[in-house]
Design a protein around this ligand. Structure first.
Ligand code: CA
Length: 432
């Protein structure tokens, strides 16, 4: 479905600026706030300020999918793995049940009481079991900014950057869901070039504004995914705060790339927005020069998405967040299809539930930079927050909130938010 059916409305009250319109229907895993045990976790879709319990719809015989049931489970992996025909059938069925002109749920108060929960009354969990986490580096503006700061402004991009989506294999085990606190990491820092490193809490803790796509269909080892088939392997997207320890990274990253600087927390929004919901917001990637090698050359030039993104900073004991970045996914140089194809071109196997980060998404202007490193330009231009405090990096007690949505013709499809608070570093006593 590439166009928006504006006549499609829901009987549920949904604010005009809600991320969760009937055109969206993102999937998540939730439990009653009272009991978050695995056996109480099940799948739902967000609709307005509510969650629709898909496990009850299945049990009531209102959502029958091939090979099901799928939704009375603590992850979405089995549903996603069941294939595109089921994705389409689920979306169509749920959309019909929530629509204004279908009476099945609209006219049945008992059923509504069983299947609708206020989002404020549930706990959200990681929506998929994540077998692998990969992080790309696909924003030209971000890579140029970092190269300008740390290498050479005249040659900010390394020669490989415009030839391939540069990336690295990260840690799936530390992909965490929004709302999880992040403990400030400690590690090797090397503030003085002439002296040995010291072990200390990270002083340059940063966020990275990213999205991640969720692999919906894997491949066999040895069998690359062709670039024009890659879209069929992507189920949906989430917001990603790829927490980063800049000072740990600076000392460790040569020659094999980031390691401990990126392994402590990759925090994602709880709702997976499907590619079906995002299709109406497709637009072209920036022009790629030089033209990519043939294996990365896509037929479809409408290979990106118009997704407005923002970052807010909320210091401890403050009730007023400051917007420190507003940007857009459309600035990404390499498309998700190109990333997935490049990832598998050697025969690397990817699996259902794998998450692949975009890389920090920066736009062309300073107010659209996607990390504190860039916003405060390596601590040379600290940001003043609404309460008067200044920041070059993230302090203990700070909460970072990322939001994202697409909007067109008055129709909104959004991600909600990913929110994480930083706790002080652990104290270590190595003398004992
Ligand atoms: Ca990253």
């Amino acid at each position: 479905m590439s166009t928006i059916d504006k006549d499609l409305t829901s009987f549920i009250d949904i604010a005009a600026d809600s991320d969760f319109s009937i055109h969206n229907l993102p999937y998540g895993i939730f439990s009653d706030t009272k009991d978050s045990a695995d056996n109480n976790r099940r799948a739902g879709v967000a609709i307005g300020e509510q969650v629709l319990d898909l496990s009850v719809l299945e049990a009531e015989g209102l959502l029958s999918l091939t090979g099901g049931p799928y939704f009375d489970q603590p992850t979405l992996n089995a549903f996603i793995d069941s294939g595109r025909d089921n994705w389409t059938k689920a979306r169509t069925t749920i959309q019909t049940l929530l629509s204004s002109d279908n009476g099945t749920l609209r006219d049945n108060a008992d059923l509504q009481a069983k299947v609708l929960f206020k989002q404020a009354d549930v706990t959200m969990h990681l929506p998929v079991q994540v077998p692998g986490f990969t992080d790309f580096y696909s924003s030209k503006e971000h890579a140029t900014n970092v190269g300008t700061m740390f290498r050479d402004p005249k040659n900010a991009l390394l020669p490989n950057w415009t030839e391939m989506p540069v990336g690295y294999n990260g840690r799936a085990s530390t992909v965490i869901v929004s709302g999880t606190d992040v403990i400030r990491p400690s590690g090797q820092l090397k503030p003085n070039a002439d002296e040995r490193p010291i072990f200390l809490p990270c002083k340059r803790l940063d966020f990275e504004l990213e999205t991640a796509f969720v692999v919906g269909r894997g491949n066999d080892i040895g069998q690359p995914i062709a670039v024009d088939a890659a879209a069929d392997h992507i189920f949906g997207m989430v917001l990603l705060n790829d927490w980063s320890a800049r000072d740990i990274q600076k000392w460790e990253y040569v020659p094999l790339g980031p390691f401990n600087a990126k392994t402590f927390a990759s925090e994602v929004s709880p709702w997976i927005v499907t590619m079906d919901a995002l299709t109406p917001f497709k637009i072209a990637c920036p022009t790629q020069e030089p033209k990519p090698l043939a294996y990365l050359n896509e037929k479809d030039s409408n290979n990106s998405f118009d997704i407005h993104l923002s970052v807010e900073l909320l210091p401890e004991n403050s009730d007023e967040a400051t917007v420190v970045c507003e940007t857009n996914f459309k600035y990404m140089y390499w498309s998700m299809a190109q990333q997935l194809t490049h990832h598998t071109i050697t025969g690397c196997k990817v699996e259902v539930g794998d998450m692949m980060g975009s890389g920090t998404i920066s736009g062309p202007t300073p107010d659209s930079y996607g990390s504190m490193l860039e916003i405060a330009w390596n601590a040379t231009k600290p940001v003043t927050l609404k309460g008067g405090e200044t920041r070059s990096f993230i302090e203990d007690g700070d909460t970072v909130i990322m939001k994202g949505y697409s909007e067109k013709d008055g129709i909104r499809v959004g991600f909600g938010e990913v929110r994480g608070k930083v706790l002080p570093a652990l104290s270590f006593d190595f003398d004992k």
